[in-house]
Design a protein around this ligand. Structure first.
Ligand SMILES: Cc1ncc(C[n+]2csc(CCOP(=O)(O)OP(=O)(O)O)c2C)c(N)n1
Length: 548
């Protein structure tokens, strides 16, 4: 043991946790921390708004299952982090937020830029703490990562008072636990689950975000193959099964009859796997509360009057699914062909021959699906385009289509795509944005150019907050407070030093997209979009039940 500056010890603790990047903006109250980072193995990535940095940490955590780290200073730096930290909280992405603070001695009185940041972060984190003494640094850092990374993952926060970080301390980092604990369920719960499923006449699986974040998709695919039970997925569960798998029942949640047409109406048993209720309330698929529910999740099921579980199997999803596959191999079911899929994929396919310009969403999605490989990544922003992507963009693999459906904040796509490219430099990464949401974090184009993360940003331009127009028109027969003008996005992107194009004809989109994907710099494509086609594509699918 030897004396060193507290900020040095803090950074050593981050290194011990395997941290490679800290995304953020330094402040006068984080001087020591930034100097320690500068001398460490960790890359400090300056961003142009703290929200962008927190979203980068969020995606970094999602993809690596190790907490992403973001930094803001006290007061305004901390308040700017809030939206994206809340996203990590509701969308279950492991993230550790760091904020600077003034000296401990000035916190009890009116003081420049001081607000009670620890209280502010309480409702949007699983756990948080103020570093009141340099001695507690090893414990606090270890706990922040452990809590953020354990199921269900989410955000944690550490506040770093300036005087504590500049003090000297004699302590060492605690060893970081290698691997994440994967508890096993009791044999009794497994056998009860197997017995409920075995005696089901029409069982169906609802797969959620948990399948993707625990890497359980291969086990779910094998379970579906061996038992023949069909799998529907939530927006955030996209890619649980390959959409070409005959047992894939589609992405549910946009319209009231999605579930019915994916087989839920006739189902007697619903097996939820890694389902987060934050995405879509169970009353949509269990309105009469008559389904027998087998919940397979990493923690005990949430309480909801429409989600009373018959069996609650808690543990490692991969393990549980593999065990159930062994138990149920001999009782194969056959999923009824899903009408939902027929309708949705039929519309997507028909889109390829739609020459209307401005382009209609099915054609735009068809072009994107053609241009992207199986493992390439599509990141959606939030708006009507998100509903279209959720409804119609088919995924081959898990973690290839990112749809924010917990907090669902506009402006998420660009910063999270930058982080996705840092984690997966060899995969293509494309964002689709509305013209409203894109301007909310467009400052991060500079970060993308500086980091040379060649992501392709597509803006569906309609000069309106499209999803609000959609909802207002349906409710009031008119819309208001929703229209705006745009900057010239091509010139805007060029001002950031990146190539950009506006599509003028229907053929341009596919051509520009394919070209952009060959570049080693970020780029931008403006696609005029026509939203006159209703995303609630068919009356047969019922009324819409979601907010963007
Ligand atoms: C930060 C934030 N503010 C407001 C909302 C509410 N909201 C959801 S979608 C939407 C409009 C999105 O418009 P745009 O980005 O142009 O996309 P479009 O709907 O036209 O595809 C709004 C205001 C939100 N989800 N997030």
């Amino acid at each position: 043991m030897s004396d060193r500056k507290a900020s040095d010890l803090f950074v050593e603790c981050l290194e011990a946790e395997g941290v490679k990047h800290v995304f953020g903006i330094p402040g006068e109250e984080t001087l020591d921390l930034n100097e320690s980072l500068e001398r460490s193995s960790i890359q400090f990535v300056p961003v142009r708004h703290e929200q962008g940095g927190a979203y980068m940490a969020d995606m970094y955590g999602r993809l690596t299952q190790r907490a992403g780290v973001c930094l803001g200073t006290l007061g305004p730096g901390a308040t700017n982090l809030v939206t994206a930290v809340a996203d990590a909280f509701l969308d279950r992405a492991p993230l550790v937020a760091l904020t600077g603070q003034g000296d401990l001695e000035r916190m009890h009185k009116e003081s420049h830029q001081y607000i009670d940041v620890v209280s502010m972060f309480k409702p949007i984190t699983k756990w948080n703490a103020r570093l009141t003494n340099p001695r507690i640094i090893p414990e606090v850092v270890r706990k922040a990562f452990k809590v953020a990374q354990s199921q269900k993952p989410g955000s944690t926060h550490i506040e770093l008072p300036e005087d504590v970080m500049s003090a000297s301390v004699d302590a060492e980092p605690l060893p970081s636990a290698v691997g994440i604990r994967r508890p096993e369920p009791s044999a009794q719960d497994l056998l009860r689950a197997a017995s409920v499923i075995r005696s089901a006449v029409n069982p169906v699986v609802l797969a959620g975000n948990g399948v993707l974040r625990t890497d359980a998709a291969p086990a779910l695919r094998e379970f579906a193959r061996a038992t023949g039970i069909g799998v529907a997925e939530t927006f955030m569960g996209k890619g649980s099964l390959d959409f070409e798998d005959p047992r894939w029942l589609g992405t549910v949640g946009l319209q009231s009859r999605d579930y019915a047409l994916a087989g839920f109406e006739d189902a007697d048993v619903v097996i939820t796997v890694g389902y987060d209720l934050v995405e879509h309330a169970p009353r949509h698929w269990n309105p009469d509360r008559d389904k027998k529910i087998v919940s397979i999740d990493t923690v005990a099921a949430e309480v909801d009057e429409y989600f009373i579980t018959e069996v609650d199997v808690v543990g490692d999803l991969y393990h549980i699914l593999s065990r159930l596959t062994e138990e149920l191999r001999d009782v194969p079911h056959r999923p009824d062909a899903s009408r939902l899929n027929e309708i949705v994929l039929g519309r997507l396919e028909a889109g390829k021959d739609d020459d209307a310009f401005p382009m209609q969403p099915p054609r735009a999605l068809w072009e994107l699906r053609q241009a992207l490989g199986r493992d390439d990544i599509l990141v959606s922003d939030v708006g009507l385009h998100k509903l279209w992507i959720s409804r119609m963009f088919p995924a081959h693999e898990p973690n290839t289509v990112f749809i924010a459906n917990g907090l669902a904040g506009m402006g998420i796509a660009l910063p999270t795509a930058i982080a996705a490219k840092l984690v997966h430099p060899r995969r293509n990464v494309v964002t689709v944005n509305g013209d409203g949401g894109f301007l909310m974090n467009c400052q991060e184009l500079e970060t993308a150019v500086r980091l040379r993360t060649p992501i392709v940003n597509v803006i569906w331009e309609n000069r309106q907050y499209g999803s609000i127009v959609w909802k207002q028109d349906k409710k009031f027969g008119r819309h208001f407070g929703t229209d705006f003008t745009n900057p010239d996005f091509v010139k805007l992107a060029e001002a950031f030093g990146m190539p950009a194009w506006r599509c003028e004809r229907v053929e341009d989109f596919g051509t520009r997209l394919r070209h952009a994907l060959t570049l080693d710099v970020p780029s931008l494509i403006v696609l005029p979009i026509d939203y006159s086609l209703d995303v609630a594509i068919s009356h047969e699918l019922g009324t819409e039940t979601v907010a963007a």
